[in-house]
Design a protein around this ligand. Structure first.
Ligand code: IMP
Length: 423
């Protein structure tokens, strides 16, 4: 058995939660491998919307085990709120949720540090979700972090205190006005730690290894998108983890030779939330229409997402880095009604036309070269079969498949589980 991966190929918010939920019945284990509560994975079924931040998107299925892997960073307070919501929906998570002992904890002072660091950056801010992601991964690589498994040790609170004191000094160093009541934040944190401890902590790499030996199927669920990857994204406007395929090996302890299919998810257009370059961004009525029809607001922060045409140069780059074997096109329904569909197939760059992603894709460096295709009028949201899709959409799909040389296996035509067309 191999581990299949499911990854976002753009700047996040591609709809990974929906597709994991759709695919979960094919898998025994769903495992998150990076990121933390900066993610907002939205699932819609039976007329209800569910947003998950840390818990894998297979949690609503009866049989699947949901694993929070070692590469994930966990904020116990947010995790606790997710559990409370599941309880309200009568989801019996206790039997099917497990946490890696090697996952790192987001402390209240990590969140404060994130806020201080962003405030100090002024106009150059990353546009972070302010969930403490950057500071927590900094402590991980700086070898100062506190891991879930540490909660089983006697002295973890002493380590906590030392680290929180250091963070307070660092907040002071930023010299910005951040108001907080640490005692209050800590009270909530320690209460949430008690709840976290009711979920089984496991040696997850061993669990995965044995599961593979026992022929259990595993789907690794990515968070954010390839263009937010700490190494291959639009640095420094990125998140602090490896969102790309190799991140799943590190974030779960899976050998590269054990990776099976790599499902790459992309929207039929592009969105980005937060700061940073975005060559195909639209500032006109078309961009406004995409945002309005696509309800493009962050699931975690509620911020409006920036919208633009599909960037095939960036998509090809993401497919190459991830070794994508199957593509899934999301939100095709949002493009219904556009007379023309534009696709960026190259960039103008320093007097040349290039088809690869250069080091710097800021607007002063690259401008998009578009190919235009015919749009379609039909409302797709009730379609369930590939042969119902309008010919212009099929032409768009053909165009992308030919350019990328990878099949598009799923076309999503609405947020609900049922609004999924398999090809
Ligand atoms: P951070 O990971 O919260 O520090 O945010 C860093 C950058 O990644 C910001 O531009 C965020 O808007 C973006 N980002 C982080 N998580 C997500 C996500 O789940 N979807 C989309 N963008 C995200």
């Amino acid at each position: 058995m191999a581990v299949d991966l499911l990854l976002g190929l753009q700047w996040g918010d591609e709809g990974k939660g929906k597709i994991v939920d759709v695919l979960t019945s094919n898998y025994n284990i769903i495992a998150r491998f990076q990121g933390g509560p900066n993610a907002g994975h939205t699932l819609v079924f039976d007329g209800m919307k569910h947003v998950l931040h840390t818990i894998p998107s297979g949690i609503f299925h009866e049989d699947a085990i949901n694993l929070v892997g070692n590469g994930v960073v966990i904020d116990p307070v947010i995790f606790n709120k997710e559990l409370e919501k599941l309880e309200l929906q009568n989801v019996d998570y206790r039997k099917k949720l497990k946490i890696s002992r090697k996952a790192h904890l987001i402390l209240p002072t990590h969140r404060l540090l994130d806020a201080a660091s962003e405030a100090a950056k002024g106009k150059a801010k990353i546009g972070s979700t302010l969930k403490g992601i950057g500071p927590t991964y900094m402590d991980k690589t700086g070898r100062n972090g506190i891991r879930v498994g540490d909660l089983e040790l006697e002295d973890w609170k002493t380590r906590y205190r030392n680290l929180a004191n250091k963070h307070e000094a660092m907040i002071g160093f930023h010299n910005v006005d951040i108001q907080y009541d640490l005692a209050e934040l800590e009270e909530a944190f320690f209460k949430a730690i008690d709840v976290l401890k009711t979920i089984p902590f496991i040696d997850s790499e061993d669990f995965i290894f044995k599961a593979l030996e026992d022929d259990h199927s595993i789907l690794a669920e990515g968070a954010q998108g390839s263009l937010l990857d700490i190494d291959f994204g639009t640095y420094p406007y990125v998140t602090s983890s490896n969102t790309t395929a190799a991140g799943a090996c590190i974030g779960l302890g899976v050998a590269p030779s054990k990776i099976g299919d790599v499902f790459g998810i992309f929207k039929a257009y592009t969105t980005r939330v937060g700061s940073g370059p975005f060559p195909t961004e639209l500032f006109d009525e078309d961009g406004e229409t995409m945002g309005r029809v696509g309800h493009e607001f962050g699931a975690t922060t509620g911020r409006p997402r920036r919208c633009g045409w599909l960037d095939l140069v960036a998509l090809k780059y993401a497919c190459q880095i991830n070794g994508v074997t199957q593509l899934m096109m999301m939100k095709a329904d949002v493009l219904s009604g556009f007379k023309t569909i534009k696709v960026c197939t190259a960039y103008n760059y320093k007097g040349d036309v290039i088809t690869h992603l250069p080091f710097n894709i800021e607007a002063h460096n690259v401008s998009p070269v578009y190919t235009e295709l015919k749009g379609w009028k039909a409302d797709l949201t009730g379609m369930t079969k590939a042969d119902e899709l309008p010919s212009e959409l099929l032409d768009y799909i053909d165009f992308l498949e030919n350019a990328l040389n990878i099949p598009i296996k799923i076309v999503s035509v609405g947020p609900d589980r049922e609004q999924t067309v398999f090809r």
